[in-house]
Design a protein around this ligand. Structure first.
Ligand code: KG4
Ligand code: ZN
Length: 353
């Protein structure tokens, strides 16, 4: 084991992912199975069904990641796995698999926080990204603004008081009757390209509140009311809609997206001021999580950071959405600091966690 390498496993939501990453930041192999296609018929993630799909894919995904890396389990230095937050039965599939590999091969085990993995992956992309830095994490379940001071050390500046931005994108996409197979967020971003972003004057949430928290429930409601007043039938798919109806949907999508992102811009400006009071040396804003793959988010937050003399670091889209690489890399970051659990006891039953 001359090269230190970690296998990362991620099963917290609807993607079964695995990857092998080295301590010097090389991605040796990756594999992923997405359930989005299956779950779309159920209107979202159904925990027990998602668990079943993870269980069906996990062995194959891990084998594929190792095969792509041209490695055997015995070549690994440690196993990292997402232990939360996420859907418990889904997390259990990944944790059980990780424990069993670690037990059989006598490898250290690293339990990874899903949101920390989203944040730390920026340091894999940008080797010169040093602590402290500001982090905006935007996904289906979370909206977080943090100052990252070290691995495991974060000062929370703000979080959502109700829904996360990704959830608002998904809900709006559903109300607009978009094709959800590639995910609500990407579908909405695509149709918004054809819409007028100022056609619906939705209010920007919490404009005059001087904190870094987020709220998306009110915006979601404004969008719902707009859709109802336009009499768009969400059960009629876009493909069957009239040209006029399609334009209306694109306008609502673009207007929603503009305001949803304006809220991010407001909060980031405020967070930069706060973060500088905590530590004047912060020089980067990291934006990660599924919604960070949105091109308008990237452009707008790029402008905000520029205006404040900061650098924007946004991992490539495939590393912003859930993936195994971020978990493996978070494992490397912990391993380096000596933060890991010893291999599970040989007598441990295979399905323990
Ligand atoms: O981080 P992630 O893959 O999973 C969670 O941890 O939740 O984020 C998924 C969220 C979903 O709500 C999805 O619709 C959203 O990220 N998303 C996007 C885009 N791509 C993914 N939202 C807006 N624009 C996108 N291009
Ligand atoms: Zn995520």
């Amino acid at each position: 084991r001359e090269v230190v390498s970690v296998l990362g496993i991620e099963t917290s939501c609807d993607d079964t992912c695995a990857a092998v990453v080295t301590a010097d930041g090389r991605i040796l192999g990756e594999a992923q199975v997405s359930q989005a296609n299956m779950l779309v018929h159920y209107g979202g993630v159904v925990p027990m069904l998602a668990q079943e799909l993870h269980a069906q894919s996990i062995d194959q995904v891990v084998e594929e990641a190792l095969a792509n890396a041209r490695m055997l389990q015995t070549d690994l230095s440690a196993i990292a796995v997402t232990i939360g937050p996420g859907i418990s039965p889904c997390l259990r599939v990944g944790v059980t698999k990780a424990r069993s590999i670690a037990r059989v091969n006598r490898l250290p085990l690293i339990g990874v926080h899903h949101m920390e993995a989203h944040a730390l992956v920026a340091r894999l992309m940008e080797h010169k990204l040093h602590f402290p830095f500001i982090v905006l994490l935007i996904s289906g379940g979370h909206n977080l603004l943090l100052v990252a001071q070290n691995v495991g050390q974060y000062v929370q500046l703000g979080t959502t008081v109700d829904d996360a931005i990704g959830e608002a994108f998904d809900k709006t996409a559903r109300l607009l009757g978009l094709d959800l197979r590639k995910g609500g967020g990407p579908a909405l971003e695509e149709i918004a390209l054809q819409g007028n972003p100022t056609s619906f004057p939705f209010a920007v949430p919490m404009r005059n509140q001087k904190h870094c928290n987020f709220s998306y429930a009110g915006l979601k409601n404004q969008v719902r009311l707009a859709i109802e007043s336009q009499k768009i039938n969400e059960n009629a798919p876009m493909s069957l809609a009239s040209a006029e109806d399609r334009q209306m949907r694109a306008d609502i999508a673009a207007s929603f997206q503009r305001v949803a992102i304006l809220h991010l811009e407001d909060r980031c400006r405020r967070a930069i001021d706060w973060a500088r009071k905590i530590d004047p040396t912060v020089s980067c804003l990291v934006v990660s999580g599924g919604v960070a793959s949105n091109n308008v988010v990237r452009t707008k937050l790029g402008a905000v950071t520029k205006e404040h003399g900061l650098q924007l670091i946004c991992p490539p889209p495939r590393l912003c959405t859930d993936n195994g690489v971020m978990v493996a890399w978070a494992g490397i970051e912990h391993l380096r600091l000596g933060i890991f659990d010893p291999p599970p006891h040989l007598d441990e039953p295979a399905d323990a966690w």
